[in-house]
Design a protein around this ligand. Structure first.
Ligand SMILES: Nc1ncnc2c1ncn2[C@@H]1O[C@H](COP(=O)(O)OP(=O)(O)OP(=O)(O)O)[C@@H](O)[C@H]1O
Ligand SMILES: [Zn+2]
Length: 785
């Protein structure tokens, strides 16, 4: 048997496959991680294909695969296929794509184990060393070197007093947890008079087993459990831990009786037989989560697994908790704050089928599995599903690839579906399923658009309009809660000298620095560099330094002045940098320990706070002015989602949207929360201008510290692409290079090239082989967002 192997490295020149023979008896399959000789070294390889023999006879002898590594965390064939698709679609290395599926990327550890050799020692020290090894058994070389010194150990090896063998293993320790399981209750009588132990035994019998921490939560002490185990009726053991950092209250949570629309959605998606993609367009508060959960439980009954993607785990703790409450131990939660060992445990639980639901942010799309029966992408329009480093994949696209293999459906849930997804649903490529009403016939909030130009004309220079101030006062008086959205953090957005016009910029990026009052410095939002707050102009020395623009910090201060009794909490990158802090802020607000939640787009992410009856959007058009074709779509989504946080309890919601462009169709449609009207208008523009979904797009970013080099590199790329394009009937529009919106970040100049065409498959394939595209500093981004 011949194995085609890819070396686990990102070096471009090693991206081809290499052939090795497979020794008899070595259980190598497609997806195995193996150890192979490579040059003078040993490397980790991944088997991507197996053949009976070579296609063409080789003019050299093939080396054999030396051994299997980490049989547990190998790849399934489906993963290899998906990785190959990612390489071809996103133009990256195969090993980069394969690494996405790996839980222990750098797990390969070399170990030299020494045992007693055939030769007799000559020196007394040698005798001592050999006797020690004979007594203790084989030892790791390092530990013997520490004890006896390197010279002695090396000499013993050279003289064969000791022999050595090399092992490679994956060095990630399993994190264990204590478990309690039921054994039998035949001679239950021995518990006579010990009521609590009897109760525990009964509970155990019903549930079968559970983590010790779970039983503690049920009110049984560890001591009691130990005593029960001493009787032999129950067993105490250790297992790889399941790790959910969001405290699970494992108490059961019963399904709701579905609304007719929810029932219809469950019926349509639940009877899928062809593995279609469903756009679940449900307005805010229409109960999409319940639809997900009932479909998930159907899939579980068939013994298959479910993958649930959520935008950002810290901000979407609520949906995670709902799944945990309903499905308990069957859920693993994947997020970036887990340790390697914890991630590995979760990964293994999915791989061996101990758990059936994997819920997590973007990268959870790569979870291992036995057999996946459903993929759910919540808030599928969210931009966090796109990875912004290589490979620049989109989780929705990966989901569809994997689902095609498993023949299972994909649900793209959102109140504001991505334009491209909705288009495909209308075209019939996807299936559109709609929830048009809020649960409990609650109305959508009423929205008032405030023209900030009028405010200014009336002499109100504050960030908060009179109209919003009134709404907030009424809300607080009624003991309700409010959310305020401002998509800009910090205190002031830039600092300028009024005498000479000097703006304080970052030293390494071509952007103005933002004043952070609490931290008392200026900060660059691109590289996080800091500078002291100037008191005189660094350029002309005048003292007419002025702070312009308002961020969340400033609004917080103004609100305190306007509403002195209000309890206000801020949610933005600055207040959520510490572990779990985002989740804590959100939960404290839910418990009504605060009246106003103020923050960046984080406040608009799927939260379900029944106490919120008012929402204020301070600058509805801030995103609209970004020079990108998706600016309108992003703005509509943000506004509609933010507005949708209001009125999810018993009191109808009210929203104030402040803008300088009240007549803009995006603002108008968002105010009416009319997705379809927005879609009809926007799709028309996209069609006229040839943007996605009518054309495919790719962006190439070229970076270099030298302005001259960056132009040279970018021109090389452009020349190569144009020449390919010319040979192929100019089927792709190659635009650029031109300067990026931000000319320089972290001292690197940035140029952009953009490619558009009906079908970019061919040019992408060519790019894999064009050297100019693989220069350092050249980043290829397919379907950029
Ligand atoms: N059938 C039902 N009966 C009663 N309550 C329900 C039902 N379905 C969902 N709910 C409740 O309705 C509320 C809104 O549901 P959910 O948060 O799932 O909405 P959503 O569609 O995800 O909204 P958004 O897109 O705004 O995040 C939740 O508090 C949920 O518990
Ligand atoms: Zn900077």
């Amino acid at each position: 048997m011949i194995a085609e192997i890819i070396i686990n490295t990102t070096a471009k020149r090693l991206q081809q496959t290499f052939s090795y023979t497979v020794p008899d008896g070595l259980a190598v399959r497609v997806g195995s991680r193996v150890l192979v000789p490579f040059g003078h070294r040993r490397e980790e390889g991944i088997v991507v294909a197996l053949h009976e023999q070579l296609d063409e006879p080789a003019d050299f002898t093939l080396k054999p695969v030396e051994g299997l590594l980490s049989t547990q965390t190998g790849f399934q064939e489906e993963m290899i296929r998906t990785a190959i698709w990612i390489r071809d679609y996103y133009v990256c290395n195969l090993s980069e794509a394969l690494r996405l599926f790996m839980i222990d990327k750098k797990g390969l550890v070399r170990q030299e184990i020494l045992s007693v050799g055939p030769a007799a020692p000559v020196s007394p020290e040698g005798r001592q060393l050999q006797a020690y090894v004979a007594d203790k058994g084989s030892r790791e070389k390092g530990s013997l070197v520490r004890r006896f010194g390197r010279d002695l150990v090396e000499t013993a090896l050279a003289r064969q007093v000791l022999t050595s063998r090399t092992y490679y293993k994956n060095q990630i320790a399993d994190k264990m947890e204590d478990w309690l399981s039921f054994v039998h209750d035949d001679d239950e009588d021995i518990l006579h008079g010990r009521r609590r132990q009897q109760e525990l035994l009964q509970a155990l019998k019903e549930k079968g087993e559970g983590a010790v921490s779970y039983w503690q939560g049920q009110g049984y002490s560890r001591d009691l459990m130990r005593r029960l185990c001493a009787t032999g009726l129950a067993r105490w053991s250790q297992r790889p831990a399941r790790t959910t950092n969001i405290l699970p209250t494992l108490s059961g949570d019963a399904p709701f009786t579905l609304t007719p629309e929810q029932r219809q959605a469950v019926k349509v998606i639940g009877s899928d037989e062809q593995g279609k993609t469903y756009v679940l367009h449900g307005i805010t508060g229409s109960g999409k989560t319940e639809v997900y959960m009932q479909l998930a439980s159907q899939v579980l009954k068939e013994g298959r697994q479910v993958v649930v993607l959520v935008p950002e785990i810290a901000l979407t703790g609520q949906i995670v908790r709902r799944f945990l409450r309903r499905f308990g131990d069957d859920v693993v939660v994947m997020h970036s704050q887990l340790s390697q060992g914890e991630k590995r445990n979760n990964w293994l639980r999915m791989q061996n089928g101990t758990s059936h639901i994997c819920i997590g942010a973007r990268s959870a799309v790569f979870t291992a599995a036995q057999s996946i029966g459903l993929f759910i992408v919540d808030e599928a329009h969210d931009s966090s599903y796109k990875q912004d480093e290589a490979p620049r994949y989109h989780a929705v696209a990966v989901t569809r690839q994997r689902a095609a293999y498993y023949g299972c459906p994909v649900i793209l849930g959102s109140a504001t579906p991505a334009l491209g997804d909705y288009y495909k649903a209308l075209q019939g490529d996807y299936v559109l399923v709609e929830l048009t009403e809020r649960v409990g016939q609650r109305p959508l909030p009423s929205v008032q658009v405030v023209d900030m130009r009028d405010e200014l004309a009336r002499g109100n220079y504050r960030v908060v309009s009179d109209c919003l101030l009134n709404l907030l006062e009424e809300t607080l008086a009624a003991r309700q809660q409010a959310i305020i959205l401002l998509n800009r953090r910090g205190f002031s957005t830039f600092v300028m000298c009024r005498k000479c016009g000097y703006v304080v910029k970052c030293d390494t990026c071509d952007v103005a620095m933002v004043y952070h009052r609490q931290a008392a410095h200026l900060r660059c939002h691109y590289c996080d560099a800091e500078k002291p707050v100037p008191t005189v102009c660094p350029s002309c020395g005048s003292k007419y330094i002025k702070f312009f623009g308002s961020g969340t910090e400033k609004v917080e201060q103004q609100l305190h002045e306007l509403l002195p009794s209000a309890r206000i909490i801020r949610l933005d990158q600055d207040t959520t940098s510490r572990k779990h802090s985002g989740d804590r802020i959100i939960e404290a607000f839910r418990r009504h320990e605060y009246d106003i939640l103020l923050g960046t787009q984080m406040v608009a992410k799927g939260h379900d706070f029944p106490g919120v009856s008012a929402v204020g959007i301070l600058s509805a058009d801030s995103l609209l002015n970004i020079p990108a074709y998706w600016a309108g779509e992003r703005t509509f989504q943000l506004l509609t989602q933010a507005a949708g946080r209001a009125g999810r309890g018993d009191i109808p919601g009210r929203v104030v949207m402040q803008t300088y462009a009240p007549d803009h169709y995006v603002i108008q449609c968002a105010a009416r929360q009319d997705y379809r009207a927005f879609y009809d208008q926007e799709i028309q523009f996209r069609k006229e201008l040839g943007y996605p979904p009518f054309q495919e797009m790719a962006k190439i970013l070229v970076q270099d510290e030298s302005e001259e080099q960056v132009w040279r590199k970018a021109n090389d790329v452009a020349a190569a692409l144009n020449s390919w394009n010319g040979d192929h009937g100019d089927e792709v529009a190659v635009i650029g290079p031109y300067e990026d919106v931000i000319k320089k970040i972290r001292n690197k100049y940035r140029l952009v090239l953009s490619l558009t065409g009906k079908d970019l498959t061919a040019i992408k394939k060519a790019m894999q082989r064009i050297p100019a595209c693989w220069q350092t500093g050249v980043l290829i981004d397919v379907d950029p967002v």
